[in-house]
Ligand binder design. Structure first.
Ligand code: GLN
Length: 544
């Protein structure tokens, strides 16, 4: 018998940033734990084709999928929670929808019809609602509609959802509305009016939500739940409290206590299987709550005012630490604040230093000074992408004494361009989607930190960059003690560099982004190796 895939839509009301992504990921985790093959997709109502060209200050990190899609950071949460990969199709924007429709119009595929938001744009949205299920692989697909109900940009999505729900049937298509129930401290009360208005707004578009999830700083209490149920036409048990949690990883079980997964399955007319699939998650939470020691890691970057710009790195560090029962304290360090006079002070008290990815020259000097300091003072170091490139520049300038040593990203005519653009990138004019993106193989050299971490000869990792280590300099670097421990077997490009254990306790940098591949149930080996090395150095210092 053909399986009927069930669809769950998550909309947001009252304000943005309520955590629709975490709600979607948490519910998906619970459904996965009950044996349902679940995936999540996000529809973003902006005109950019993808977030790849967006300033990190505006939108946080750009997450990269295995197939090389530059996506919203919520997809990182989806992968970290579910431990299953997303793809290009899991993130759709208005730009992408319009691009498809306009291309079709140019091909004459609308046969002379006037192309309109309804039905052409909404039809394309509906087609994409089901696109992930081409092979009928999923039991449940959760779709997060970005933005807030009532936004002009969100209207075509809400209209498409209204049609889809009608066509598909309410028992196969559930709407969960996430709202804010604010606490007014002057009167000491939680207020339901914003939620009532937000549901009215949805109703005016023809959609009655089935479940209300209420984000709140305080417990809702039965009386308030009854009130919300009455005003918003939902059952009392379908008013779910979503209280602020100390960690996002607590949210699945908090929502389970509120019976969100049971009600969801009831409404979708699916059996409520036992929750057998969350043992690894429980182990993780236990370790997270009961660390046996702590460690302090500095993240050096230029977007540190907005922590979300380094979201996957932050989570990967915490996850790797948790695996070792270590609480990881993060110290955020702005690379522009570091100068030759204060580097020692700025980087003091750290057990390890991570230099993060980035674009453009601003803040690069501070990153180079950081790498010099950690190299000379033997502080465990992990560089990622631009972090590896600055390590190469620092080594070239200070160890090899190469004059005018730079990346051609910052100085196109540098005398010694140790980081340069790949040939195939040189004629690229278009900015979006043209970097070296997604998965590439990397062959590891035996008896290196990298090989020991992965315990494999060949690994596959995700990339997002235009510049590379310039292989003309390989010999000089190797002679001076740098190891090229990871190489792309097809192109010969250098993907991992290290210093030997006799020269430095732990110094490793990768051109790829291991942070995208770290999940709660599978911490990334390079993060685990880095934390382990930093902890080893910390504990050895303590000993008399
Ligand atoms: N700006 C560098 C490049 O394009 C590094 C990119 C990054 O750190 N993601 O190669």
């Amino acid at each position: 018998m053909k399986k009927t895939t069930k669809y769950i839509f998550v909309t947001g009301g009252v304000t943005s940033s309520l955590g629709k992504g975490i709600l979607a990921a948490s519910l998906a985790k619970l459904l996965q734990g009950r044996g349902y093959n679940t995936t999540i997709q996000k529809f973003d109502p902006y005109i950019n084709i993808d977030p790849g060209t967006l300033n990190p200050y505006e939108h946080g990190e750009c997450y990269v999928t295995r197939d090389g899609a530059e996506t919203d950071l919520d997809l990182g949460h989806y992968e970290r929670f579910l431990n299953t990969p997303c793809s290009q199709a899991n993130n759709v924007t208005t730009g992408r929808i319009y691009e498809t429709v306009i291309k079709r119009e140019r091909m004459g595929e609308y046969h002379g019809k006037t192309v309109q938001v309804i039905p052409h744009i909404t039809d394309e949205i509906k087609r994409r609602f089901t696109l992930l299920n081409e092979h009928n692989h999923y039991d449940i697909i959760i779709t997060e509609i970005g933005g807030t109900v009532g936004d002009i940009e969100a209207l075509p999505y809400i209209e498409a959802l209204r049609q889809f729900r009608y066509e598909y049937g309410t028992q196969h298509c559930l709407v969960i509305h996430l709202t804010l129930v604010p606490y007014l401290s002057v009167v000491g009360e939680l207020k339901t009016k914003p939620t009532q208005h937000s549901v009215k707004e949805l109703l005016s578009s023809g959609i009655q939500p089935d479940i209300l999830v209420c984000r709140s700083e305080h417990h809702l209490g039965d009386e308030l739940k009854v009130k919300l149920a009455r005003f918003c036409n939902v059952k009392e048990e379908a008013v779910i409290e979503n209280i602020n949690a100390s960690s996002i990883y607590d949210v699945p079980f908090l929502l389970m206590k509120e019976n969100l997964d049971r009600i969801t399955l009831e409404y979708l007319q699916l059996p409520i299987n036992p929750l057998n699939g969350l043992n690894a998650w429980k182990t993780f939470l236990n370790r997270l709550r009961n660390p046996s020691d702590e460690i302090t890691i500095g993240i050096v970057g230029k977007y540190v005012e907005l922590k979300d710009a380094y979201l996957s790195i932050h989570e990967s560090l915490k996850i790797a630490g948790t695996e070792m029962e270590l609480a990881v304290n993060i110290k955020w360090i702005h690379s522009e604040d570091i100068n030759a006079g204060n580097a020692g002070r700025m980087l003091s008290g750290l057990d390890g230093v991570l230099v993060g990815p980035g674009f453009g020259e601003r803040g690069v000097d501070g990153k180079i000074l950081t790498v010099k300091f950690v190299r000379e003072n033997k502080i465990p170091f992990f560089g990622i992408c631009l972090g590896m490139q600055v390590a190469i520049i620092e080594f070239g300038r200070n160890v090899l004494q190469l004059p005018d040593c730079n990346s051609s990203e910052f100085k196109p005519d540098a005398q010694n361009p140790v980081i340069s653009m790949m040939e195939e990138q040189k004629n690229t004019r278009q900015m979006g989607g043209t970097m070296r993106l997604g998965e590439y193989e990397c062959a590891l050299t035996k008896n290196t930190h990298a090989f020991k971490a992965y315990e494999k000869a060949v690994v596959i990792e995700r990339h997002r960059h235009r510049y590379e280590f310039n292989s003309e300099f390989t010999k000089q670097y190797q002679k001076a003690g740098m190891l090229m421990s990871g190489i792309n077997p097809k192109s010969g490009l250098v993907e991992i560099i290290e210093l030997k254990p006799e020269d430095h306790p732990y110094y490793l940098a990768s051109q790829f982004h291991p942070e995208y591949a770290s999940t709660v149930e599978n911490p990334h080996p390079l993060f685990t190796a880095f934390i382990a090395a930093a902890y080893k150095v910390k504990t050895s210092k303590k000993k008399p």
